[in-house]
Ligand binder design. Structure first.
Ligand SMILES: C[S@@+](CC[C@H](N)C(=O)[O-])C[C@H]1O[C@@H](n2cnc3c(N)ncnc32)[C@H](O)[C@@H]1O
Ligand SMILES: [Zn+2]
Length: 283
């Protein structure tokens, strides 16, 4: 529900606070943003072009894959880490998930933090339609995480970033100085059994390292753990992995279907992620 998080939002044009007026949000200077009937609001400035994030098909595949529980252990680990991190913060503030997708991980974290509201940020309206319904305490907002976020300074006690783009300066700005940033990134052997046979695109380990280096001026690492299990995935689940990832943008579905058909059903697939906890640097 958007209501509880409006106080954390800021106008993307003038930075003023927002209030609900009928079916829209309006800032003190009169900038107006319609609330979509699916419950999310777009705070993307007019004419913002470029990346639109995950497509409808990608979001559908991600929702199906996550609903089947294959990454439930990642959500559980993240929720536990968020619970521990939030336990030492008695400041007011919400949980912000930057690149929240369907809201799956934010919902798990909010279940662990009954007193906190959640803000799901994503650029994909298809993802936000799902995120808006993923939990009673989620408010879903469209924005571009490469730009200034439409979120107040120090609004978050916990910021989440799971398999999504991250920009250090803005994450630092929206995080309470006593808060924590929790980042989940794929390890080099994540889904490795599928990469070769299916010809999937991967985010190179070097690129991941460079992204973390960009956090360094704003954050210092407070903890890091690796989570590695072997999943048993049938062809349908493997199809969802392909369809929810970047490879689906670049290749024909038929080619993947043929390659998946040649794999064992089910087959063992490594789930390998790193959960990093970052503490904001005080300037
Ligand atoms: C790999 S998905 C991960 C989603 C979710 N965190 C999860 O793990 O289920 C990456 C997400 O980042 C979003 N995204 C991509 N570019 C973005 C941008 N510039 N600003 C905000 N979100 C973006 C996509 O729409 C997508 O939902
Ligand atoms: Zn404004």
């Amino acid at each position: 529900m958007l209501g509880a998080v409006i106080r954390y939002l800021r106008c993307p044009y003038c930075g003023e606070a927002m209030a609900r007026v009928n079916c829209s949000l309006r800032c003190g200077a009169g900038h107006n943003f319609d609330i979509a009937r699916q419950g999310y609001v777009s705070l993307l400035p007019a004419g913002a072009t470029g990346d639109r994030g995950d497509t409808a098909a990608m979001v559908q595949a991600r929702a199906a894959f996550l609903a089947a529980g294959h990454f439930a252990s990642v959500a559980a680990g993240l929720a536990q880490a968020a619970g521990e991190a939030a336990g030492s913060v008695d400041a007011d503030g919400c949980v912000v998930d930057v690149g929240a997708g369907t809201g799956y991980y934010l919902a798990a974290v909010l279940d662990r933090l009954p007193g906190r509201d959640g803000l799901a940020l994503d650029i994909s309206k298809f993802a936000l339609r799902k995120a808006a319904r993923a939990h009673q305490r989620i408010g879903a907002v469209a924005c571009d995480s490469w730009r200034r976020l439409p979120v107040a300074d120090s609004a978050a006690v916990i910021a989440l970033n799971v398999f999504a783009p991250r920009e250090g300066a803005e994450l630092r700005r929206i995080l309470n100085p006593a808060g924590r940033l929790l980042v989940v990134t794929p390890a080099s052997d994540h889904l490795s059994e599928l990469i070769g046979p299916l010809g999937l695109l991967t985010v190179g380990q070097r690129k991941e390292e460079r992204l973390n280096e960009k956090l360094r001026p704003y954050f210092e690492m407070a903890g890091r753990s690796e989570h590695r299990v072997t999943l048993s995935l049938g062809h349908e689940a493997v199809g969802s992995v392909v369809a929810m990832g970047p490879s689906s943008r670049h290749a024909e579905t038929a080619a993947f279907t043929a390659r998946i058909g040649k794999l064992p059903d089910p087959m063992p697939v490594t789930l390998a992620v790193t959960l990093s906890v970052f503490r904001p640097v005080t300037f």
